[in-house]
Design a protein around this ligand. Structure first.
Ligand SMILES: Cc1cc2nc3c(=O)[nH]c(=O)nc-3n(C[C@H](O)[C@H](O)[C@H](O)COP(=O)(O)OP(=O)(O)OC[C@H]3O[C@@H](n4cnc5c(N)ncnc54)[C@H](O)[C@@H]3O)c2cc1C
Length: 373
């Protein structure tokens, strides 16, 4: 990457609002001098440091910039590393794909707890039980977070733990931070489940030779994502509708915000009420479709119990074929659901317009960024 360090990363990505809070830099920092704030931003741990100053020295190492999936010409670099070419912006608005399918688990327990078709949890359980991975970076609800129903990174190493993490929470959880627990446990083959921004780490470690994590991440499953909400904002809107987050058992978003409560209650709330509470790190994110994952998963199908599945890489294809051959997942062509296909294009197009240039999709031309080295 040349002569680029924390100072450049901070000025070009954090200061400009392009940082999504994915925590790739925190995960990859070999000196462990980066921490993570409650506002989902990377920060130097050393006392009395200027925000853009690295404890190790301005000319320390460049691993943080290399791991960052929003640094400079990231999109072209990541596309080229993973797919052998940049995307064609006129036809590949949702990124490069090998196939688009609708999938659902055949495992009745996972079908019950999964958010949509339960594909993500089925892949993780199969990977653990067939010794393809030692653990998975996921997200779970924690009791000691900002309050009830808060999501936090979690390392899952058993079927029971995967089941406990299934489903979606619409606040942000920087799952790559769970890599620390994996490293402390000496685990070597890890699946990363992450929002679209986090799934791009799959490409940054490949494109820029962050070899430790390139080897360690055995599969990346990306979650389609328009945005996440702030914890306090979500809590406030629910309270305005007479719902205490402590009573919530499930949330889903299907054009409207759906919420289920412990007493068996169900309410729908207009999604527009949540938009003012969009988490800042999501506001400039152009990636709806988890465009650098091995497999990207979403819930925009006409039928709620299927996962819209975009297979992007050879290893994604291998994993999906593995769970299908094992009889754990059913699949049908995505084209069979024109509503899902059209929503995929529409939502991807909307997200791409967020990037500062409004150009689709050339992030490396964003004003204020230095030319690629
Ligand atoms: C914040 C958020 C926004 C989303 N927005 C969209 C959208 O706009 N359109 C769309 O089609 N799909 C969206 N999805 C994806 C969708 O909700 C499902 O996750 C996806 O369809 C996979 O379903 P599944 O049944 O296969 O997954 P499951 O088997 O239920 O597994 C879900 C996985 O997601 C992880 N997870 C849950 N919440 C979070 C979180 N906050 N951060 C990180 N990881 C988490 C869990 O740990 C689990 O591993 C969103 C998901 C999230 C978390």
């Amino acid at each position: 990457m040349g002569d680029v360090h924390w100072r450049e990363l901070h000025r070009e990505v954090v200061d400009t609002g392009l940082c999504t809070g994915c925590a790739a830099c925190v995960m990859a920092c070999p000196r462990d001098v980066l921490g993570y704030t409650d506002d989902y931003l990377p920060v130097q741990i050393g006392p009395g440091m200027a925000a853009d100053q690295c404890v190790i020295g301005d000319r320390g190492c460049d691993i943080c910039t290399r791991a960052c999936p929003r640094f400079r010409a990231w999109e072209t670099e990541l596309d080229t590393a993973l797919f052998g070419r940049p995307r064609d912006p006129s036809t590949e608005v949702a990124g490069v794909v090998r196939s688009v399918l609708l999938t659902r688990t055949t495992d009745e327990v996972i079908a019950e707890v999964g958010q949509d078709g339960g594909l993500v949890s089925t892949l993780l359980v199969w990977g653990l039980e067939t010794d393809r991975i030692d653990g998975a970076l996921t997200s779970r609800i924690v009791a000691d977070g900002r309050g009830p129903f808060d999501a936090a990174p979690f390392l899952a190493t058993t079927r029971a733990e995967v089941l406990a993490t299934a489903g979606s929470r619409y606040t942000y959880s920087a799952n790559p931070l769970a890599m620390q627990a994996a490293e402390e446990a000496g685990l070597r083959r890890i699946a990363l489940v992450g929002m679209s921004c986090q799934a791009s780490i799959n490409g940054s470690v490949e494109a820029r030779g962050v070899n430790k994590y390139r080897r360690r991440i055995a599969l990346t499953v990306g979650l389609l994502c328009s945005k996440t909400f702030t914890y306090d904002g979500q809590r406030q809107v629910l309270a305005d509708h007479g719902i205490d987050l402590a009573d919530v058992v499930k949330i889903n978003i299907k054009g409207r915000y759906q919420v289920w409560t412990r007493d068996g209650g169900y309410q729908e709330i207009p999604l527009k009420l949540f938009h003012p509470h969009t988490r800042p790190g999501c506001k400039l994110c152009p990636d709806f479709a988890a465009e650098h994952a091995d497999i990207s998963c979403g819930g925009i199908g006409a039928d709620d119990r299927w996962t819209l599945t975009l297979v992007r890489t050879a290893r994604g294809e291998e994993w999906l074929q593995g769970v299908i051959d094992a009889g754990l997942v059913e699949a049908r062509p995505g084209e069979g659901d024109p509503v899902a296909m059209s929503l995929l294009t529409k939502l991807s197009t909307v997200s791409r317009r967020r990037w500062p240039t409004a150009a689709v999709p050339a992030p490396h031309t964003a004003p204020g960024l230095l030319p690629s080295t």
